[in-house]
Design a protein around this ligand. Structure first.
Ligand SMILES: O=C(O)CCC(=O)C(=O)O
Ligand SMILES: [Fe+2]
Length: 202
């Protein structure tokens, strides 16, 4: 028994209603987290994210990558990407998430935020080829960042700090009822890598 555990318990829902978000806290040793962080920075096929906004092609500062079991096509921000085959480290992290959450995943979207200038605006992960109400497992490596939820109707907001080597899971009706974002901040000068393991249905 961990008498001095200061993390919220993983079976506690961070959301008060309309969805389930479990924060598991740090799920690996600091050494493991450092080594995944360094390795992913070097081995992932990072690309500036392409988005189409009002018909204009733009490149975001944040970098992204998309991996999966099959060369799935994945459309978001009005552009289509094709999944690359898993790397050794991504498969290890996928299995760790599956073991911790009791769910399975077949794809992973990675984000690289170079510093606090880069973030992600309010959205929900409701793309049509994602499994409806499927779990999304989010692993954070590198700089600690704030992550926030906003209820679509009540506008209630909840925020949480995502630590180096931590796991957060969003499931059930979270995407239907809540938006989430990674707010930009002047306080963070170091990179953060985020991996979201998802289930694509075709
Ligand atoms: O960087 C994060 O923690 C969240 C990323 C996210 O919401 C997404 O990729 O859909
Ligand atoms: Fe998201």
């Amino acid at each position: 028994m961990d008498l001095f555990n200061t993390q919220p318990a993983q079976n506690i829902n961070v959301l008060p209603q309309g969805g389930t978000v479990n924060y598991y806290g740090i799920i690996m040793s600091n050494q493991q987290a450092n080594s995944y962080y360094n390795c992913l920075l070097e081995t992932i096929a990072w690309k500036n994210d392409e988005a189409v906004i009002f018909g204009k092609h733009i490149l975001t500062k944040r970098k992204v990558a998309w991996y999966g079991d099959l060369p799935f096509e994945y459309t978001y921000s009005n552009t289509t990407k094709q999944a690359l085959p898993w790397t050794k480290e991504l498969l290890e992290l996928k299995r760790l998430c599956e073991e911790k959450t009791g769910e399975t995943y077949n794809s992973c979207l990675l984000n690289l935020y170079h510093n606090g200038d880069e973030g992600m605006a309010w959205h929900s992960d409701g793309e049509t080829d994602l499994k409806k109400n499927g779990a999304i497992a989010s692993v954070s490596l590198g700089a600690e960042r704030k992550f926030a939820f906003k209820h679509k109707e009540t506008k209630q907001t909840i925020s949480i700090i995502l630590q180096h080597g931590s796991l957060l899971v969003m499931k059930n009706e979270t995407q239907k009822n809540w938006l989430h974002r990674l707010p930009p901040t002047k306080l963070v000068t170091k990179p953060r890598v985020n991996l979201t393991f998802r289930t694509i249905v075709k």
